[in-house]
Design a protein around this ligand. Structure first.
Ligand code: IPE
Ligand code: IPE
Ligand code: MG
Length: 243
């Protein structure tokens, strides 16, 4: 049982953790608050977990903040989430270099406001100036949409030069996650056990960890519990067990 598995510091730490930050709305409803209060609480938790990942030696944290399907929500909820993302990027521009947290936004930037796009370019520029831990925030992101956008870009390049063969490595380089290793561990809080269009290509061999804890209640101890479970997993990649 996860509760009994001890986290081993420094041992088999996932290089890349992905998180579907789910359960904000239910967290708020349980407290008689508007759903938007859940999103505000959730964005603070993201900050805390990003620092914890950096300190534990994780290289990449990729979080699902807003999906291509989330536009179907009530417009006031969407507006609040966009405002929170705006605020988060603004604050990060102030603190990223100091705290050694590089930030990259993944998703279809064309669907974002010009203001948000400008902030994304600014964080990219800062991130390019140093090395170290990287947080990837998925906004207007859908796994299928990402694969389609990549395929369209490859088709355009192929039209210009048909000699370029397509293999897995080359296709990966067309994705929003170009240059980022695949996630080792995918965590989904909030009680649902589905992928909801997140990192479909990249999670081919990720280990999945589901918990009923709602995202705004997620703690560093929960993170360590997920890593402890990961440390017990036997990743075979289609081969037979070696030990
Ligand atoms: C995740 O929390 C945040 C986003 C999808 C933007 P939800 O808003 O989906 O919370 P629940 O699942 O309704 O509780
Ligand atoms: C996934 O959560 C998207 C994000 C966390 C940003 P959803 O709440 O949108 O997923 P479903 O609708 O339960 O599959
Ligand atoms: Mg949800």
């Amino acid at each position: 049982m996860p509760d009994k598995i001890a986290y081993a510091a420094g041992e088999r730490i996932p290089r890349h953790i992905a998180i579907i930050m789910d359960g904000n709305g239910r967290w708020a409803r349980k407290r008689g608050l508007p759903r938007t209060a859940g999103h505000a609480a959730g964005s603070e938790v993201f900050r805390k977990i990003a620092y914890a990942c950096r300190d534990l030696g994780v290289e990449h944290l990729t979080v699902y903040a807003f999906s291509t399907e989330n536009w179907k929500r009530p417009s006031d909820e969407v507006a609040t989430i966009m405002k929170l993302l705006n605020k988060y990027l603004h604050e990060s521009i102030e603190t990223m270099a100091r705290d050694h947290i590089r930030l990259r936004v993944m998703g279809d930037l064309n669907g974002l406001s010009p203001e948000l796009r400008a902030l994304v370019h600014e964080t990219d520029e800062i991130s390019a100036t140093y090395e170290g831990f990287q947080a990837n925030v998925c906004i207007n992101y859908g796994g299928r949409d990402e694969i389609l956008r990549a395929a369209r870009r490859y088709a355009a390049d192929y039209a210009a030069d048909p000699s370029v063969a397509l293999d897995e490595a080359r296709f990966s380089a067309y994705l929003d996650s170009a240059g980022i290793p695949d996630p080792d561990l995918l965590i989904r809080p909030g009680g649902e056990q589905r992928i909801s269009n997140f990192l479909l290509w990249q999670c081919a061999y990720a280990e999945f960890y589901f918990t009923d804890v709602l995202w705004p209640d997620f703690t560093v101890d929960e993170l360590k519990k997920a890593i402890a479970v990961f440390q017990q997993r036997d990743r075979r990649y289609g081969k037979v067990k070696t030990t």
